[in-house]
Design a protein around this ligand. Sequence first.
Ligand code: PLP
Length: 369
Amino acid sequence: MEYGRKYNFAGGPACLPLAVLKQAQESLLNYNGTGISIMEMSHRSKEFTHIWNSARASFRKLLSIPESYQVFFILDDASIQFEAVPMNFLAGRSRANYLVTGYWSHVACEEAQPFCQPHSVWKAGSQFTEKIETTGWDIDPTGAYLHYCSNETGNGTTLYDFPYSSLPEGMPLMCDMSSEFCARQIDVSKYGVIYAGVQKNCGPSGVTVVIARKDLLKKEHVLKVTPPVINYALINDVPEQMFNTPATWSCYVTGLYVDYMNKVGLKHFEDLAIRRSKLVYDVIDSSAGYYVNKVDPKCRSRTNVVFHLKGGETLTKKFLEGADKAGLIQLAGFAPVGGIRASLYNAMPMEGAEALIAFMKKFRDENKV
Ligand SMILES: *Cc1c(COP(=O)(O)O)cnc(C)c1O
């Protein structure tokens, strides 16, 4: 590939579009005639205020975010939202509902414990890999909200059709969308809060996007111990300004990425995600058990394709080494899950998936078990 770049299948921080990297490179030394880099620029300057507001507006456009929602850029990564959600939205209640479909939603549920009694609505089996049930949930009607993770990055499962009608009247839905954010069209109006670390699908690390329904942002609901930088009701009073110093460079590159997505259209990325992942799943399914993915086809993630080799650890190691040599990098599975994980985020071109399946077929031919 150009510039000796490789196909990067990392779970995150992940690959960025070359067009975006080049644009960032062009403005690295002297942004727009200001004589300085964005990295050297005050976050209060008019140039940066413009970058900040237009990046937020760009997300609004891409995801058709209604006016009744606020878009925040929060410094730091997605995990801090596991605390921020209960701190901001318990609204005086002592219980909250958690759907546990995999590693990340499990962590979210655990981390809510200092603030409330998290109630598990439904929990996937210990391997978290096979199926997500959408019926028979035990929702506590006294819970302040229901939290879930729409795409389990490490386990490779997605809940595509959340059963909105099973939510008790008025209970807000909170979603960690990190690893499938901007990879398909969503109806924002179904949610109380959506959050996502941008380093998977739409930016470098350092920024989390939080989309919150404005009527849920009430200062009297926020726990007293909440730090100002994640106190959404407080930040909502000054959304056009910055409450603290944001990760300026990351905000800038995120803005470039989302502008680029707006130019091509979200639908394009959704179609690409479907076609790209299908290529890989088809090779797995036609490998006569050489490559194994046990996820119910209805729950298979388009952005994180997780599989194991029948040949076990020795062949997995050989697979990873061979892939690396072929320019297909960062394919090792999420540590608690093992095996292989091919993360196919928005910036992964179709050619990347094609190169991967060509390698998978060749590897299988050359390494019988
Ligand atoms: C990556 C990821 C996180 C953690 O993100 P950090 O930015 O590292 O805190 C949380 N949830 C999901 C679904 C993720 O994919």
